[in-house]
Design a protein around this ligand. Structure first.
Ligand code: HEC
Ligand code: HEC
Ligand code: HEC
Length: 439
């Protein structure tokens, strides 16, 4: 009898410990997925408890605060069931039924599999410490404060199905597509948006403005992006085509991509380098960028120094060199990919905000030292001299970048009281679409 009890007990212990092992493996997996999704970037404030929210995300419509996603019952998502968590992360709807703004990239996370969603849930419930810090409420101006309007937007623009594997492609390609379209949410920045701020799917990854920074086209054939260059860039922020990373991309690399499994990064590069190339419209814009300058072209400018050149020599040449070649690990500007973009915004943004990698050399910002006119002058000097680019800027654009970007058409419409009409029209369009798809 005692023996039986003993073996029953041992058996029970065994079951209990395997159950725990499975759980902790799932939590570990969820932690990795949270890194791949870069939840930290938006939900953790420097110096505050991890995932306690309150990060101010400036959108063209106003400031949106991220919420506390720790398992705190009163300030966070401690009360969420798996279904409620899944609906928030993949569908953009909170437990109380209110809609999230797409500043939370649920539009991309919608691709997550059920299994990965469950792993993320396990991590946020059991692997993250509860914090009772309340995140500040988001108050957008009317009519954007009506969260229900997002229901119409979602119905029109958001695909809510998890990723479906393409059987004609390799396992690696599908893994890459799953990650790039989903957790890594590349398209939320790199795909241009329409006037209602939804991604233009037909221009997938062909370059979009975040209002300030410009997320360039990354389809094959643009600026020398191939599989190896993409892999190196995502892992280190540097690539053989001369690219370096700044702004939101540098943050994504430092906090997320550099910490991902190299096999997953390779899978994304395999998928991305197999995408169709740039469409003619973008190709034309790329063709407008003149071929690289040679060293001798640069020397000729000496002696007839423009205002931009003077500013460059005084503020930039100590690191990037007079001839733009860079020195001792400081990047060359000559032929840098940032000078081959259809606009000069990223050069002006780098000058305004600086470049702050977690490791290695950084660049100070010049927002306080230089005026809008001066930043425009030095931007134009760099664009034309080291990149032979036809894209330039002026002080008005720099002033707008300094303010966080120009207000989109949507905001002007809303200010004019037009938004309700637009939403009504969209609602009708939706009804019509539903009818047609049923017919
Ligand atoms: C680009 C910024 C961004 C990223 C990345 C991001 N979030 Fe969010 N998230 C937000 C914002 C902003 C909100 C609040 C939006 C609102 O108030 O409408 C939010 C809300 C949420 C909510 C709803 C919480 C509630 O109060 O109901 C959950 C859950 C959530 N995020 C989970 C995640 C997870 C998990 C990840 C990573 C896989 C993630 N988020 C990544 C910005 C982000
Ligand atoms: C939060 C917005 C954001 C996300 C998410 C994001 N990017 Fe970027 N990306 C940018 C910005 C902004 C730049 C420009 C950086 C610069 O000027 O240094 C950039 C630059 C790049 C470049 C260099 C382009 C060039 O010609 O110099 C590549 C390649 C790239 N991103 C790939 C990706 C991939 C792949 C993903 C997803 C796995 C991704 N990005 C996700 C914003 C983003
Ligand atoms: C203290 C050294 C230093 C100074 C001064 C400096 N830079 Fe930089 N710059 C850097 C470093 C470091 C990087 C990022 C390198 C990296 O990520 O590897 C960088 C990156 C850049 C980039 C790429 C930004 C992008 O979008 O990826 C541009 C453009 C640039 N610098 C222009 C300038 C201009 C113009 C000035 C003068 C107004 C200037 N820099 C002054 C060190 C400097």
């Amino acid at each position: 009898m005692a023996k039986l009890m003993q073996s029953l007990l041992a058996c029970g212990l065994l079951i209990a410990s395997t159950a725990f092992a499975a759980d902790s493996a799932q939590i570990e997996r969820g932690k990795y997925l949270a890194t791949a999704g870069d939840c930290v970037a938006c939900h953790t404030q420097a110096g505050k408890a991890p995932f306690s929210g309150g990060v101010a995300i400036s959108s063209p419509l106003g400031t949106i605060y991220s919420t506390n996603i720790t398992p705190s019952a009163n300030a966070g998502i401690g009360g969420y069931t798996l279904e409620q968590f899944s609906r928030a992360v993949r569908g953009g709807v909170r437990a109380d039924g209110s809609h999230l703004y797409p500043a939370m990239p649920y539009t991309a996370y919608a691709k997550l599999s059920d299994e990965d969603t469950a792993a993320l849930y396990a991590y946020f419930m059991q692997g993250v410490a509860a914090s009772d810090t309340q995140a500040p409420p988001t108050r957008l101006p009317f009519p954007f404060n009506i969260r229900a309007s997002m229901a119409v937007w979602n119905a029109l623009f958001v695909e809510t199905q998890p990723y479906v594997a393409d059987q004609r492609r390799s396992v690696e390609w599908n893994r890459g597509a799953y990650l790039a379209q989903g957790l890594a949410h590349c398209s939320t920045c790199h795909t241009p948006r329409n006037f209602l701020m939804a991604e233009k799917h037909e221009l997938y990854l062909q370059g979009g403005s975040l209002g300030t920074w410009y997320a360039p086209a990354i389809t094959p054939g643009t600026n020398g992006w191939d599989q190896q260059a993409l892999m190196d860039y995502l892992r280190t922020g540097h690539a053989k085509n001369g690219a370096t990373a700044a702004g939101p991309m540098l943050e994504a690399i430092d906090k997320s991509f550099a910490k991902m499994d190299p096999a997953d990064i390779k899978a994304m590069a395999v998928y991305l380098s197999d995408l169709p190339g740039a469409k003619p419209a973008t190709a034309a814009a790329a063709a407008a960028v003149v071929p690289p300058v040679s060293g001798s072209d640069i020397v000729e400018l000496a002696g007839k120094a423009s205002a931009g050149e003077q500013l460059y020599r005084n503020n930039c040449a100590s690191c990037h060199q007079n001839n733009g070649d860079g020195v001792r690990g400081l990047p060359a500007l000559r032929n840098h990919t940032v000078l081959r973009q259809p606009n000069a915004d990223n050069v002006s943004m780098a000058i305004l905000a600086g470049v702050w990698p977690e490791a290695g050399q950084g660049m100070p910002g010049f927002a306080h030292e230089l005026s809008d006119k001066q930043i425009a002058d030095v931007t134009n000097y760099v664009m034309t001299t080291f990149g032979a680019s036809k894209a330039g800027t002026d002080e008005h654009r720099v002033a707008a970048l300094r303010q966080g970007g120009e207000a989109p058409l949507l905001l002007w419409l809303a200010r004019a009281g037009m938004l309700m009409l637009v939403m009504l029209a969209l609602g009708l369009l939706l009804l019509w679409r539903r009818r047609n798809s049923k017919a």
